[in-house]
Design a protein around this ligand. Structure first.
Ligand SMILES: [Zn+2]
Length: 306
């Protein structure tokens, strides 16, 4: 059974009418997984204690954001109106992140049905990201004595700027970002490994550039854990991505990452990351490729089980 981590609060906080954030996709994806009768075991997280975030973020930033006293200009940069429900949702999803890491270490693989807040920096958030769950996930993994090095594989179409700056100078966290070079954020601080892709890149080119670098990164750095941001905003029809990758390309990418981890016996904690369509149900089959990839690689008999 594949461990998946989900809480109904992921799709439940107030947003203004017509807001870009695909609030319902988390619920729709969970409903799809349930409808398909796939062999998963769902774990429901509890909210993370915000004190824990002070190991990663600036203390004043954590206090101000949690209490609702962050200046409006900084809230605007995040892109959400402040509400108690937003903070509760954020802390619950971060609790989900640490739980996903725990389950991945226990079972080899686990999937979080939200996450990928890679635009969150030490003392400010941006691009719908309050606190950086990829760094938190690394921190959680590194709390295990068996784990000395974590590789963050960020395949969201947007560059992982917050993750890059938070991991700078750390030898226990290696960051890899494959992203569109002409997309948000405009300033892209160096990750350990960056793979910039041009606007309109097709599946074949994307895969032929990304997969060998991933394999090399694993061989070179020999991580004990992989945190995978499986953003689907690389899809041709995405409203915030400018790539031209098809659904099959996404499936191949997710399989390649899972396969590389499985081959080397490296536990993998995956988050679904970005994906933006006005018709949010169109995102479900794209994000479901991550679940199917996990089944195909880790539970090859899954179609017989279901
Ligand atoms: Zn994105």
């Amino acid at each position: 059974m594949l461990p998946i981590i989900y809480h109904p609060i992921y799709s439940n906080f107030p947003l203004p009418e017509g807001h870009r954030y695909p609030l319902q996709k988390y619920r729709l994806l969970k409903e799809h997984i349930d409808e398909m009768g796939w062999p998963v075991k769902t774990f429901q997280p509890t909210p993370l204690d915000s004190e824990r975030l002070k190991r990663i973020h600036d203390e004043d930033y954590v206090n101000a954001l949690v209490s609702g006293s962050l200046p409006l200009v900084k809230m605007r940069r995040i892109g959400f109106p402040w509400s108690k429900a937003l903070i509760q949702r954020s802390l619950t999803s971060l609790g989900g992140t640490t739980l996903t890491v725990d389950k991945a270490i226990e079972h080899g693989v686990a999937v979080h049905l939200t996450g990928g807040y890679h635009h969150s920096h030490k003392d400010f958030g941006s691009g719908f990201c309050l606190f950086n769950d990829l760094i938190l996930a690394s921190d959680q993994a590194l709390s295990y004595p068996s784990i000395e090095k974590v590789l963050i594989v960020d395949c969201d179409v947007h560059h992982g700027d917050g993750t890059a700056t938070l991991a700078q100078g750390r030898e226990d966290i290696i960051t890899l970002s494959v992203h569109c070079d002409k997309n948000f954020p405009s300033r892209k601080p160096d990750s350990d490994i960056d793979i910039p892709m041009p606007i309109g890149v097709e599946s074949h080119t994307y895969l032929s550039e990304f997969v060998p670098v991933l394999k090399l990164a694993i061989a070179q750095h020999q991580p004990d854990m992989v945190i995978y941001d499986a953003g689907v905003d690389i899809h041709a029809d995405d409203e915030l991505g400018y790539m031209n990758v098809c659904q099959h390309g996404i499936a191949e990418r997710d399989k390649a990452v899972m396969e590389a981890c499985h081959q080397h016996g490296i536990p993998i904690a995956a988050v679904i990351g970005g994906g933006y369509r006005t018709e949010q149900s169109a995102l479900v089959p794209l994000h479901a490729e991550l679940i199917k990839a996990a089944f195909n690689i880790y539970f090859p008999n899954w179609s017989k089980e279901s």
